[in-house]
Design a binder for this molecule. Structure first.
Ligand code: SF4
Length: 246
């Protein structure tokens, strides 16, 4: 089945809107900058609604035919909970709820805005929505506490870009999945990640029994990131257990 994403942990990306504002250190070299400017758009003036809202129903039909579930990284070019998208979010939630063969991975750097922006029928969380926060540096760890208080089928942490050594161990009891990876940016610009930081998080995940997906790193600061997911020769690219039916 055709996939529209090169990101190792998802099948598709879908943007209900694109454009954003930077909120933390992980945003410094945000990749939407180059992509949107090349298309003639200003990336950091807030979200603009996109025109491709039909894609998810097409993927839903494909998933129904194949009997598979597909992962959809949601708002990879913005932030799903950005307040500038408040007028469109209810409609987006309806698409998400109706496309129930798709697992929607919603990753935010604004978890303090989630609670007031959940749909009325959220209850314990839509079974096909995974909620995650970015925590690539110590200043962002408080986001995980906020996430832990929000009901969700799956909660995850994305420690990408991983900017320093992190102790996640006290948070992992409420977490179903951890992603790690380096900053993907031009040589000379990107902040380098040490493999020891990944090794450390990997050990924390193993101890807590939490799946870990190691996405990418640059070998010897080379030009193309290595995506083999190897930590000391062992491939560490796991996903959380999905319990809803297929
Ligand atoms: S929240 Fe995400 S999309 Fe928005 S500026 Fe930060 S890194 Fe970019």
């Amino acid at each position: 089945m055709a996939q529209n994403s090169k990101i190792g942990w998802t099948d598709h990306t879908h943007n209900f809107w694109w454009g954003c504002h930077k909120v933390s250190e992980e945003c410094r070299f945000c990749y939407i900058d180059g992509i949107m400017r090349r298309g003639g758009y200003e990336p950091f003036k807030g979200p603009m609604r996109t025109k491709n809202w039909d894609n998810p129903s097409r993927w839903q039909r494909q998933a129904e035919r194949s009997g598979m579930r597909l992962r959809v990284f949601t708002c990879s070019m913005s932030d799903f909970f950005h307040p500038g998208a408040d007028n469109w979010r209810d409609e987006a939630w309806r698409v998400i709820r109706d496309c129930d063969r798709l697992d929607w991975l919603i990753l935010t750097k604004r978890p303090e805005l989630i609670e007031d922006r959940l749909p009325q029928d959220w209850y314990d969380g839509y079974p096909n929505v995974w909620l995650g926060v970015t925590a690539g540096c110590r200043d962002s760890l408080g986001r995980i506490d906020i996430l832990g208080d929000i009901p969700a089928a799956i909660r995850f942490i994305s420690a990408e870009p991983l900017l320093e050594q992190l102790d996640l161990s006290s948070y992992l009891a409420d977490i179903d999945w951890v992603i790690t990876g380096c900053e993907r940016a031009k040589k000379g610009k990107r902040r380098l990640m040490e493999l020891d930081w990944v090794r450390d998080i990997d050990e924390q995940c193993l101890t807590a029994g939490v799946p870990h997906f190691f996405k990418q790193y640059y070998e010897n600061d080379s030009g193309v990131p290595n995506e083999d997911g190897l930590v000391d020769g062992v491939r560490r690219q796991e996903w959380p257990q999905v319990t809803i039916g297929v």
